[in-house]
Design a protein around this ligand. Structure first.
Ligand SMILES: Nc1ncnc2c1ncn2[C@@H]1O[C@H](COP(=O)(O)OP(=O)(O)OP(=O)(O)O)[C@@H](O)[C@H]1O
Length: 228
């Protein structure tokens, strides 16, 4: 569960990116975060995986107050959260397999457990035959699949995605969405910021709209609601 209570995010330049946000995302939900450019979606997402701390208010991730978590304990909190970015953020000198295995090595999973689990998630994302390719040898859609495999390999409670289809063509975008849907159906909570109107209006889920740092709409099975 992720909860925000009267959360404000004010950057050092004085920009109020979030202004008094109250929200709760429960176990197993699928939530789209929508809103105009600069509305505060990324700031909202970054608070959810403790990339940023709130300036004011409380963010609870699985009942842990992220503001009180000491820096050395952040990896422990993040272990329960898989993050997916628009630009994939894979390590360029590592193969698909190594990128995914690295996420397990980072939290010191015993070596013998790594290979079978990495192969399992790469199969789930449909990339078992490309596992030794470098990111530069993979298409955008394939790279995003590797990023999703990396995000789920440690069995997180949440997947937090910031415009995961933003760099992909429509066909690859749909493939990534079906994959996220499948992961959600297996019990993982998915929260994704998106500008993709067609996806939001087709794969209906809870929609939270943010405008000028405020939640202006929160609807189950909602619509995208903007023209872009
Ligand atoms: N690190 C930062 N320092 C200062 N201002 C920031 C920082 N990050 C974001 N902002 C500002 O905070 C506001 C909200 O930005 P944010 O990136 O959260 O919006 P967004 O809804 O994700 O936008 P987009 O759809 O364009 O990605 C904007 O005015 C932005 O310029």
């Amino acid at each position: 569960m992720i909860e925000m209570h009267d959360v404000w995010k004010v950057y050092s330049n004085g920009v109020e990116a979030l202004r008094g946000v109250n929200v709760s995302v429960g176990h197993g939900e699928f939530v789209y975060i929508v809103g105009p450019s600069g509305a505060g979606k990324s700031s909202f997402i970054k608070l959810m995986y403790r990339e940023e701390k709130p300036t004011h208010g409380i963010v609870l991730i699985n009942d842990v107050n992220v503001k009180r978590v000491r820096d050395w304990k952040i990896p422990h909190v993040r272990r329960k959260i898989g993050v997916v970015f628009q630009d994939f953020k894979l390590l360029p000198s590592m193969s698909a397999y190594e990128n995914v295995a690295f996420a397990m090595e980072a939290i010191e999973v015993p070596k013998r457990k790594i290979k079978p689990r990495v192969e399992e998630v790469l199969e789930l994302v449909g990339l078992n035959d490309r596992m030794h390719a470098l990111p530069s040898q993979l298409s955008g859609g394939e790279q995003q699949r590797v990023a999703i495999a990396r995000a789920i390999v440690n069995n997180p409670t949440f997947i937090i995605a910031d415009e995961p289809t933003g760099n992909l063509d429509p066909e690859n975008s749909w493939d990534i969405m079906y994959l996220l849907e499948e992961i959600n159906n297996r019990g993982t909570t998915v929260v994704m910021a998106t500008h993709n109107k067609e996806i939001v209006n087709t794969l209906r889920q809870r929609v939270i709209a943010i405008e000028q740092g405020v939640i202006v709409r929160d609807e189950e099975g909602g619509e995208y609601g903007y023209e872009d």
